[in-house]
Write a protein that binds this ligand. Structure first.
Ligand SMILES: [Zn+2]
Length: 409
């Protein structure tokens, strides 16, 4: 950690300077909205992540603690599309409730164990890939509308930990709202290599999840299924209904919001077509209060978890009456009383090694309040010009700005 905090910035290239100036002039501008106003634009964080990743690569030879991004990761960062968020691209809770209402008007809802295979039905399923908190939000909407859905939980998920107290609480709430659980199964090549290995892996994960949920687990779905996994296409495996069984693929219309978009036909269009049998898969992380791009929605989930982690760390030290040492000092913590989320965001930027952006964020807030200490102006000008400015050069100005803001409050 120490080596990360003392890492010096590499020279900022011209294209980065332009972006920094853009962020400084636009995204870091204080707004009147009540929360997250300084860094409300997630694109800033992705830009930071890209910069950090590039720095990690640049410093790979001298710092083996840092994991470089792969070429594929870099390519993925740049393979983006700009699509207007309107119509079927709007994935809000409001839209979700409206679509659910339409489905309720048209179909009898059933779960995987109670369906009449030749009858007319809709099955409502969620693969929880990124956020149990987002799952709770959908579970509440559904319960209010009298719908029971099936939530597929992913042991070994990279974005949530089933055994974390906050996630256990989410599971309890979903369960108490009357919904069902299924196993979201990440099938490795070893697991799908033979029928015996496949059944054994499913059985082991089923037992784990049944213990965790205190409910029988009667159905599974694949997480990012490979062709070898999909080859296991019987209606049941290891005593669980297979949501990717040949029966479903050949007899039931499928509609999914994978990757935060309707990749094939939208749910609205699918409901308009009114197929006899329908399986709807939604991923809770894609449904949020605001209309956002998929990357922004993914970011909100990841960022929420990161912020909760930092808050837990601070609370843990406070409750155990241990020192919480931070180079920005106690004055900066006091700023949270006046700046709230803005102070937290700036602190996170600083802790993440994005010292220039942290400084610019604080500078803009100070300037908007008429606080521009003379000792900081030269650094601010250098920073806005895109001149290389190190953490060490920004450290004193950060403290001066913080002290001035606390003093003026
Ligand atoms: Zn999945």
């Amino acid at each position: 950690m120490y080596s990360i905090l003392t890492l010096k910035f590499p020279p900022i290239r011209t294209k980065h300077r332009r972006k920094l100036r853009f962020f400084a002039n636009n995204l870091l501008k204080p707004r009147r909205c009540h929360c997250s106003n300084v860094l409300a634009a997630p694109s800033l964080w992705f830009y930071c992540a890209t910069l950090s990743a590039k720095r990690r690569n640049a410093n790979q030879k001298t710092d083996t603690m840092k994991t470089p991004m792969t070429a594929a990761s870099h390519q993925a960062m740049s393979d983006t599309l700009s699509v207007p968020i309107t119509g079927d691209a709007v994935f809000t809770h409001e839209t979700y409730a409206a679509l659910l209402k339409r489905a309720l008007d048209q179909y009898t809802f059933c779960d995987y164990t109670s369906l009449d295979r030749s009858g007319r039905f809709v099955i409502w399923r969620h693969d929880v890939d990124m956020s149990m908190h987002a799952a709770v939000a959908l579970a509440r909407i559904e319960a209010a509308m009298g719908v029971q859905a099936t939530y597929f939980l992913l042991p070994g998920c990279e974005y949530y930990n089933l055994f974390e107290p906050a996630i256990v609480a989410c599971m309890h709430e979903i369960r108490e709202l009357g919904h069902h659980f299924g196993l979201h199964f990440q099938c490795t090549p070893d697991m799908s290599a033979t029928p015996a290995a496949f059944e054994a892996a499913l059985t082991a994960q089923r037992q784990l999840l049944e213990t965790y949920c205190e409910r029988p687990i009667n159905v599974f779905s694949y997480h990012n299924p490979s062709a070898s996994a999909l080859a296991h296409d019987a209606f049941t495996h290891a005593g669980m209904v297979n949501t990717y069984a040949r029966y479903f693929r050949e007899n039931v219309t499928y509609c999914s919001d994978s990757n935060g978009i309707w990749r094939h036909r939208s749910l609205a269009d699918t409901l308009a077509a009114n197929p006899e049998r329908l399986q709807v898969l939604t991923h809770p992380e894609w449904w949020q209060t605001q209309a956002l791009s998929p990357r922004e929605r993914a970011f909100r989930c990841i960022d929420g978890r990161a912020r909760a982690g930092l808050a837990n760390y601070n609370v843990m030290l406070m409750e155990s009456e241990r020192m919480n040492i931070c180079d920005l000092g106690p004055d900066f913590d006091r700023l949270t009383k006046f700046l709230g989320e803005d102070a937290l965001r700036i602190q996170m930027l600083w802790l993440a090694g994005e010292h220039v952006l942290a400084f610019l964020g604080l500078w803009r807030i100070s300037a908007s309040r008429g606080i521009t200490p003379a000792a900081c102006r030269a650094v601010a000008d250098d920073t806005l010009r895109g001149s290389p400015v190190s953490r060490e050069q920004l450290f004193a100005p950060m403290q001066q700005l913080t002290a001035a803001l606390v003093g003026a409050a």
